[in-house]
Design a protein around this ligand. Structure first.
Ligand code: CP
Length: 312
């Protein structure tokens, strides 16, 4: 692949190759010398048009550990604020010959559009409610390490499915890898026709969580609700928030996941989030750096294989 724009375009064997490589980067990241020169001489530019803690920090660390020259654009201070379009901004940066562009944008499809205008490899760091491929890959690595496999598991994804690019990328990946995916949430936060993706839909946590191996919680994404119905947080926690009573319905060894940022007391009880026997939330963050290193390593191999005139 030239770009990493979504899980939709990846084959199961490509996912496995990336996760196998990421496993090696987990080992490197836990060692004293975390450096590799694999991206030496390459330039990585991070363009985040939406707030981020985990994704932006981990892409920056990943690039630096692989030896790239990394520049994180402060988009709030860029000429976007003076009316420059996304495409003109991208073309301007493209003229400086970056090798990797990491882009987060609030509009679905914006990163795909940008990838068609530039010569370098583009990684989607989250576009609107469309896809967040590296999040799904880091979630997959976390599950595979915790459960010893990434197939024939029952995974419950709970909460605001309608506005979530994390849910979309995860359900695509988990379905490709032959897992049983259950989506649980209120009807108002469930996209119509989502069953066509091969998932089961539940509106009751008691039914959807039963015997789940993995429980993945999502926050209410109010920033994407466009003035639509926003449930009361108290009512939402009562019906859909993960607490000990609801978690007891899942398998005894079920793991609890959350992509962050987390709203304690809204979609998850803080004691569950902090329970190191059940919660793998901090492992997810750790896997994020390794998965992003693996993704950039694999894309850079394609870059080096291309003749220079194609990149000119
Ligand atoms: N999970 C995730 O994308 O977190 P950030 O918004 O902090 O990057």
């Amino acid at each position: 692949q030239r770009h990493l724009l979504g899980i939709e375009a990846l084959r199961p064997d490509e996912i496995t190759t990336l996760l196998d490589l990421a496993d090696k980067y987990v080992t490197l990241n836990r060692s004293r010398n975390k450096r590799s020169g694999i991206l030496s001489g390459l330039t990585q530019v991070n363009m985040f048009f939406e707030n981020s803690t985990r994704t932006q920090a981990s892409f920056e660390l990943a690039g630096k550990r692989l030896g790239a020259d990394v520049m994180s654009m402060a988009m709030a201070a860029s000429s976007i604020k003076k009316g420059e379009t996304l495409v003109d901004t991208a073309l301007t940066l493209n003229a400086m010959h970056p090798d990797l562009l990491v882009v987060r944008h609030p509009n679905s499809g914006a990163v795909d559009l940008l990838s068609q205008k530039v010569n370098c490899a583009v990684i989607n760091a989250g576009d609107g409610r469309h896809e967040h491929p590296t999040q799904a890959l880091l979630d997959a690595l976390t599950i595979r390490r915790a459960k010893g496999r990434l197939h024939r598991l029952t995974v419950a994804i709970c909460g605001d499915i309608a506005h979530s690019r994390v849910a979309r990328s995860n359900l695509l990946l988990l379905h490709k890898m032959e897992n049983r995916v259950r989506l649980i949430g209120p009807p108002t936060l469930m996209p119509a026709g989502i069953e066509a993706f091969g998932v089961e839909v539940y509106h009751d946590m008691a039914e959807g969580l039963r015997d789940a191996d993995v429980v993945m919680m999502l926050r209410l994404q109010k920033e994407r609700m466009d003035g639509g119905f926003i449930p009361s947080e108290r009512e939402y926690f009562y019906r859909y928030g993960l607490d000990a009573e609801k978690l007891a319905l899942a398998r005894d060894d079920a793991i609890v996941m959350h992509p962050g940022p987390m709203n304690r007391g809204v979609e998850i009880d803080g004691t569950i989030a902090d329970d190191i026997n059940r919660s793998v939330i901090q492992e997810q963050v750790e896997m994020g750096v390794a998965v992003r290193m693996a993704a950039m390593d694999l894309l850079s191999r394609n870059l080096r294989a291309r003749p220079t005139e194609v990149m000119a």
